[in-house]
Design a protein around this ligand. Sequence first.
Ligand SMILES: *Cc1c(COP(=O)(O)O)cnc(C)c1O
Length: 815
Amino acid sequence: MTFDAEQFKENLTARLRRQYGKDISQANKHDLFDAVSASALEIIMPNWMETRKAYEAKPTKQLCYLSAEFLMGRALSNNLINSGIMDQVKEVLKGMNINYDLVEDEEPDAGLGNGGLGRLAACFLDSLATLEYPGHGYGIRYQYGMFEQHIEDGYQVEYPDNWLKHRDPWETKRSDLAVTVKFGGQIKYGKTPDGQDRFYLENAEEIIATPYDMPIVAYGSNTVNTLRLWQASSPNGFDLQLFNDMQYHRAVERQNDAENISRVLYPNDNGPMGKELRLRQQYFFSSASLQDLIHHYVNTVGTDFSKFHEYHVIQLNDTHPVVAIPELMRILLDEYNVGWDDAWNVVTKTFAYTNHTILAEALEKWPIDVFQRLLPRVYQIIEEINRRLVIELRQKFPEDYYNQNHMAIIHDGKVYMAWLAIHAGFSVNGVAALHTELLKTQELKNWYTLYPEKFNNKTNGVTQRRWLLSSNPELAEFITKRIGHGWEKELSLLKGLEKFADDEASINELIAIKRHNKEKLAEYLKHTQNEFLDPESIFDTQVKRLHEYKRQLLNVLHIMYEYNRIVEDPSYNPPAHTYIFGAKAASGYRRAKAIIKLINAVADRVNNDRRVRGKLRVVFVENYRVSVAEKIIPASDVSEQISTAGYEASGTSNMKFMMNGALTIGTLDGANIEIVEEAGEENAFIFGLKADEIIKMKSEHTYNPQKYLDRNPQLAKVVNQLVDGTYDPSGMLFKEIHDSIVYGVEGQPADVFFLLADFDSYCQAQEQIAKEYADQKTWARKCLLNIANSGKFSSDRTIEDYVKDIWKLKKVTVK
Ligand SMILES: *Cc1c(COP(=O)(O)O)cnc(C)c1O
């Protein structure tokens, strides 16, 4: 992009003047962030407009990535780097005596997602644009994103994330493209104004969906794609009659109810949702997005929908937008008079579904009564889809009444959204090789028997532009100095670093870079939460959502064990170790919250015990989010990826760590398996039971956790310390955690996630880390080999896989 320094300066001062009535000397950091961003958008805008024109000039297939979550993080640095004007902007700002780093830090994260699934959507958009594919994101403009986490007295306390408090300089409101979404009402059949007989809704509640567009800037090309987020509002504003009657509360009630649909992100990661408002959100953005696509199609191609799938492919990010399937049927049937078979033909060629989890509680199902009341016509269409499916099932599985019942989209009083997606979509993909295998052989076995051709794997990836080039500039420079540019768009080129594995100067430089990143993180944590980290120590990091299957508790139990050992044996002198945690717990997830309290209780005790000073430290980083991940990951030596094998579908932080030269301590789960395949088993610390062993023990009920307590007195002691007053004088705070491991609670068996079974092997892996870290050069060599072999985990590779097997998109070059 062309950069005119004088023009940029002029835009910046003009924005400050117009928007805030200030000149540079009066502007505060926020004003500057807003003005710099707005001025950058001015530069990006021509390409954004050109991209739209290019897509319209020569209609080709477009991808619509439908996702309830986009965990975008900050935009400014990303957009400056991708559009290639970072250095010039910094130069201009320097000339105006403005420190870019302070401006950057003013931007709130766009935290419109929970964790991996939402961040994946964000990485995909970056890759799609960079690879010059016409692919756009569609989601919800939540007024409040992922809650802000404070730690108070060791407990998580949630505060609303009011990220739109000040305007977002990156978005453009497109009132001209607003559409109406209908809820409730009664189904009627009869003549509509155009004289046709068809179904329509009477007395339905109408909600306005207004799109807000964000630019998705390609790295190194002119493409600027769009993330379109829908906001809900009432068509009638408030009720003037009630207002005049001085019933102010009731006058605005309807308006508030409408706006509530896009009010707040549900903070449940991999957990049950089940709330009616959540289904409203899902239908709201699915319907609005489809209407948008249909308008586009009708305007460019016309009302012959037999070619719809040649111009549109819709990827469903998990089951959240699956209601789009019957909604497209409804639009075709009721609004365009397409017959059932023709409509079904369109639908089954348009939708593809990504499964993100095998946790049963995350597979969405809605009670029939809720669904039917909220979306009567859509429900009726699902009934017809289901009626036809059941006929198919009877033919495919005669006499197999279990499958005939359980594979029905509607059964046991509920609507099974995943079944709808698998039946109606033409593709079902898992997100790592093991995950897809488990879908085919375990969770979705019946469906794999019915539709084997639909199943495929797409191992996740992350964008190296954000997770390496932007977040770790020193490592990026180290790489470019050795293999040149190119890796920013073709990560497999990192392989060229392998030949520096035995180059002493390179190894020393790599050590120095990691050291400097650790110092920067220490500085940041001193500043933000008055924590003191020793950059000499091993930075051993577990950052991800708090969930039992991710086993933060295993990490903590090991720290408690290590603490006992140092205290009891003065001759035991392991290298200094800093354990870093960052994690948000879903607000209603009691045990996850108790684990956060436990981490902080252990930190409190360990960090204040002189006997372990300089050897052991535990830090809980508050309010973990994308912008914090960008600081923590480049500063980490060890990447904790310790989920119970078979439970983590893929993981993506494991990939970010690998790219940044952290060594993985992990189970053979999700994409860890592929990471080790690429890096070499000798360059990681693998431990624990394998997925097939866990599956076997679960199905045969042979797991006996007590055996491990009897066998290992150190482990028994640690588990007992959960209730003996060591970390909580009352002995009650962690009793529920203790009992869940030792006895099992609420009808669950003991130690559901096999902590005790994997404890010994985890301790051994940790000992190996302590031993190998002592030899800095050999350690750094392994880091280098991890970086060199991380090419597979670029989301560019993932996107090319989707394009080739599922989307069949063609590149569009923007002039
Ligand atoms: C990458 C990322 C995640 C996903 O982490 P996993 O360890 O793969 O679960 C979650 N949250 C944030 C902020 C991330 O950047």
